[in-house]
Ligand binder design. Structure first.
Ligand SMILES: Cc1ncc(COP(=O)(O)O)c(C=O)c1O
Length: 442
C-alpha cells in the first residue's frame, strides 16, 4: 500500500467500485457507509476498493495492536508457510513458554489454544469446572464474551443475543458490573461501599448461590463492548479477596484488553491482581485465528488425569509463528509503553473535548482503549445512539474509521487505534472526530 500521512478520501463512501461490488453480491450499500470495506491495509491505514484511505481507529476491533501487516509478522507467517503449515508441536511449546512469561503470575502455567475469543471463554469455563469440581460460574451484566454456547451464557450484552437460542448453559449467575456513570444502584463511589460486590457477598451468597459451589468468577477487567467501562480502583482487589475467601477461581477475560491495549501487558496489572486463569484472543496473533486459555499449571491436572482439550486446527504453526512475532514486536518496539504514553495524550484531548461538546457525557479508559460515551445532553445522560451513529458515519466519510458500542441502549465511541500510532497521527484523527461531533451537534 502506498505511504500516506493523512487520510485520503477521493470518492463518496462507499465509492462506485465498492457499490458495484456490493450490488453484484446483492448486499446493501448502507453497511459500507459506516463500515469501510478495506482491501489493503498497513500500519494504522486501510484502503478500500475505490482508493480511499482511512485511519483505522479501532485496530480491526482490537486485533492489530502492532498495526496491520506488521513486516515482522508477515515475514514470520511467510517463512512458516514455506516450512510447514499443519502439524508440529514445537512452535506451540515455544508459544506456551512465551505466554507464560508475559502473563501475570510468577508460577508454573499451562496453556490450551482455542481458535477464537468465544472458544477461549468455553475453555475457561470447562477448566474451572473440571479442576474445581464445582458447578457454578459468576459472570457480569453488560459483558460480551462471544457467540458459542459457553461464551454466550456468560455474556449479558443484548437480549437479542439469547432470544430464541435458549436455554443457555446452566449454572451461570450474572452480578452487576460497576458501571459508575450509570450505577445500577444509583449510588456514588466511594460512598456506595461497592454495593455491586456487596450484592454478591451479602445477598447472592446468602440466599441462592452457595459460594463453596462456585467454580469461578469470569470477568473483564475493563468491560469492553458494554462501553469500555472501567471499574473503580478498589473493585478488582475486593473481588479477588472475595474469591480467595471462598476458594473461587478468578478468570480474567482479556480477549480485548490484552497485549498492551490498556498501557500494561494485561489490564489486571493496573490493579496488581493475578488471576488463576487468563483468557486471550484477538491481538494475540495479529489477525491469524488463535486464542489462548492460560492457567495455573496445577489446574490442568487432577487425580492423575489431564484436562482434555484439543482441536484439529488448534495452535497451527502459522498462528503460533504470527503470535511469537507479535509478542516480539510488542517488546522490541515498546508498544506497551507507547500505548500508555500516546493513550494518556489521547485521553487528555478527549477530556478537553468533553468540556466543549454537550454530547460527550463521559470519557474513560486506559492506554489506547478509550471511550467517549455519547448522550443527548450531559444533564439527562439520555443515551445518544442516533448521535453516535451520525458521528461515526460523518467520521468515516472524512477518513476516520471509528464505531460505537454499548450495553443497556447506551452508545460509546470506541477509540482503540493500533499501539504504533503517534501523537501527530492522533491529532489528525481527533481533529476529524471533533469536526464530526461539531457537525452532528449542529
Ligand atoms: C471481550 C471479548 N471476549 C470475547 C470475544 C469473542 O471473540 P471472538 O469474536 O474471537 O469469538 C470478544 C469479541 O468481540 C470480546 O470483545
Amino acid at each position: 500500500m502506498e505511504k500516506v500521512k493523512s487520510p485520503r478520501i477521493i470518492t463518496e463512501i462507499p465509492g462506485p467500485k465498492t457499490r458495484e461490488f456490493l450490488k453484484e453480491l446483492g448486499l446493501p450499500v448502507e453497511y459500507a457507509r459506516i463500515y469501510p470495506m478495506p482491501v489493503e491495509a498497513e500500519g494504522i491505514w486501510m484502503k478500500d476498493l475505490d482508493g480511499n484511505i482511512f485511519i483505522d481507529f479501532i485496530s480491526g476491533r482490537c486485533v492489530v495492536n502492532v498495526g496491520h501487516r506488521h513486516p515482522k509478522v508477515v515475514q514470520a507467517i511467510k517463512e512458516q508457510a514455506d516450512r510447514i503449515i499443519h502439524g508440529t508441536g514445537l512452535l506451540r511449546a515455544k508459544l506456551t513458554k512465551r505466554l507464560a512469561e508475559v502473563t501475570p503470575g510468577d508460577f508454573p502455567k499451562n496453556v490450551v489454544f482455542p481458535l477464537s475469543g468465544s472458544g477461549t471463554n468455553d475453555a475457561g469455563i470447562k477448566l474451572a469446572r473440571w479442576s474445581s469440581r464445582r458447578p457454578y460460574i459468576i459472570a457480569f451484566t453488560g459483558a460480551y464474551h462471544g457467540v458459542t454456547y459457553g461464551a454466550l451464557s456468560v455474556s449479558s450484552y443484548l437480549p437479542r443475543m439469547v432470544k430464541g437460542y435458549g436455554p443457555n448453559l446452566p449454572g451461570i449467575y450474572h452480578m452487576p458490573y460497576p458501571y459508575c456513570y450509570r450505577c445500577p444502584f444509583r449510588l456514588e463511589h466511594p460512598d456506595c461501599d461497592l454495593q455491586c460486590l456487596r450484592y454478591m457477598e451479602d445477598y447472592a451468597f446468602k440466599s441462592y448461590l452457595p459460594p463453596e459451589e462456585v467454580a469461578a468468577v469470569l470477568f473483564e477487567p475493563i468491560e469492553g463492548d458494554a462501553g469500555w467501562i472501567v471499574p473503580p480502583d478498589d473493585w478488582l482487589p475486593t473481588l479477588k479477596r472475595i474469591c480467595d475467601d471462598h476458594g473461587i477461581l478468578l478468570i480474567a477475560e482479556e480477549v480485548q484488553t490484552g497485549f498492551g491495549r490498556t498501557g500494561k501487558w494485561f489490564a489486571v496489572e493496573h490493579w496488581d491482581t493475578v488471576p488463576d486463569i487468563i483468557l486471550l484472543g484477538k491481538a494475540i496473533a495479529s489477525g491469524v485465528p488463535l486464542a489462548a486459555c492460560v492457567g495455573r499449571a496445577d489446574l490442568f491436572e487432577r487425580e492423575g488425569e489431564r484436562f482434555g482439550y484439543g482441536h484439529t486446527f488448534s495452535s497451527s504453526p502459522l498462528s503460533c509463528a504470527a503470535a511469537l512475532a507479535t509478542i516480539d514486536v510488542i517488546e522490541e518496539e515498546k508498544l506497551v509503553e507507547n500505548s500508555a504514553k500516546v493513550g494518556g495524550y489521547l485521553k487528555k484531548r478527549l477530556e478537553e473535548m468533553k468540556e466543549e461538546h454537550r454530547v460527550i457525557g463521559d470519557v474513560r479508559g486506559k492506554g489506547l482503549l478509550l471511550g467517549a460515551e455519547i448522550v443527548k445532553d450531559k444533564e439527562s445522560k439520555k443515551p445518544g445512539r442516533e448521535e453516535a451513529r451520525e458521528i461515526c458515519q460523518r467520521a468515516v466519510q472524512k477518513g476516520l474509521y471509528i464505531i460505537h458500542m454499548g450495553a443497556y441502549g447506551t452508545a460509546t465511541l470506541r477509540i482503540a487505534p493500533p499501539l504504533i500510532i503517534t501523537q501527530e497521527q492522533v491529532d489528525i484523527a481527533l481533529n476529524i472526530l471533533e469536526e464530526a461531533i461539531s457537525e452532528t451537534e449542529r
